[in-house]
Design a protein around this ligand. Sequence first.
Ligand SMILES: Nc1ncnc2c1ncn2[C@@H]1O[C@H](COP(=O)(O)OP(=O)(O)OP(=O)(O)O)[C@@H](O)[C@H]1O
Ligand SMILES: [Mg+2]
Length: 453
Amino acid sequence: MSSNHNNKIDNNILGDQTVIKVEKLSKKYILGAKASSSFRELLNTKVKSLTKSRKSNQEKENEFWAVKDVTFNVNDGERLGIIGRNGAGKSTILKMLSRITEPTSGRISISGRVASLLEVGTGFHPELTGRENIYLNGAILGMSRKEIKSKFDEIVSFAEVEKFLDTPVKRYSSGMYVRLAFAVAAHLEPEILIVDEVLAVGDAAFQKKCLGKMKDVSSNGRTVIFVSHNMGAIEQLCNRCILLDKGQIKMDSTDVRSVIKSYFNTLDNGNLPSEWMYDDSEINRNLLNEWFSPTRIAITDKNGKALNMPVSNDTDFYISISGSIKTIDPALTVGYAIYTADNQLLYWTYHTDTEEEKWPKFKQGNVTFISKLPKHLFNEGEYRIELISSLHWRKWLSEPGVTPAHINLSIQGGLSKSPYWMAKRPGMLGPIIEWDTRNDLVPGERRGIVEVG
Ligand SMILES: Nc1ncnc2c1ncn2[C@@H]1O[C@H](COP(=O)(O)OP(=O)(O)OP(=O)(O)O)[C@@H](O)[C@H]1O
Ligand SMILES: [Mg+2]
């Protein structure tokens, strides 16, 4: 946890609404001098830089821009999410906003008191107790002893560290540490709250509390900047989102969901195709027959337009199976089998799974079967869908487990509206199932058990 109240630089150039103005912000690092590199490597570069007075070409080649020409404004009360792959530059931007790292070039103007919760290990003094650190951080934020005192109990109870208040924080578990650091950052009434990945450390209950607290902070007109890999949390908290890629802004929009979607597109999900088209390759040829020759299988919207993967679990998505019929046979059955990424079959389904009167009457020519995939049934992840077609009981036309005709379904996000359920759960499926709570069902009474005292 680190705090800074000296950020009222260039205060007057900001408009009424703007609390942060970032212009052409860049940060250059020298490779090999990474914080994460080993001590020996670090020593090597130090020795090298001592023995050479000028930058060698080698060193220039080792320069790289962790953040490059980033420009954005943040308005009062905004809840801005910053997302992107590992190494995209998110933490570097937050560190520059918190004045922990100097920009190489560009400029930052901030109006308001900033409290930031960055990586574990910053901000708190390890030798000081929890109690002392709360006062220290309050003082750094420019609060009086009285102000801090008035917030003290709230902080302690939020962090649930009562018992350890007089223990040096170096003895805290990482979970306890983050609880306290978050509680301090969020309760000391900063005008701008900056939080990096805190949710990764806490348990589900704590995550929920943090999200709730950040919402409170912003509903009081304060500004929140939140970095996370948990897209559920970003979706729930943020009303604007920036996608960073290799140190640059790829997208900046109040349509948070569409930014999340682009983020997933930047991830390499193996890029498995979600659309299959018949081509005249050897392997496909035995799919040709007179009753139903498949031409296309795809995950689509209800009009048959192919959807980009991944799809969100709370949207409507369909499977469209097209093919051509030369000979009409009433026993034609078309469907699909769906498997998990580790090849567990989930179910088979056919277009004939209803009363016979409801089956379609086929004509010669092209036909498309469209079937809605149940939303909120699958878990987040990858699934494989294989074509099934047959003349029922008589002949496989395309057999699941054997057929080359298959596509892949990728589901990300939209899992649930619950603050307890923002990431993938264990299990093949992730259905949202209705729950009811009743006080009038007492098991003992129902079973007629009489308690003998
Ligand atoms: N002190 C440093 N010295 C050298 N390189 C650094 C330093 N800090 C970060 N980097 C590099 O800068 C790039 C951006 O790092 P940053 O920590 O900002 O990424 P991030 O988006 O926060 O990633 P993550 O999602 O993994 O937290 C990375 O390539 C990283 O290795
Ligand atoms: Mg980071």
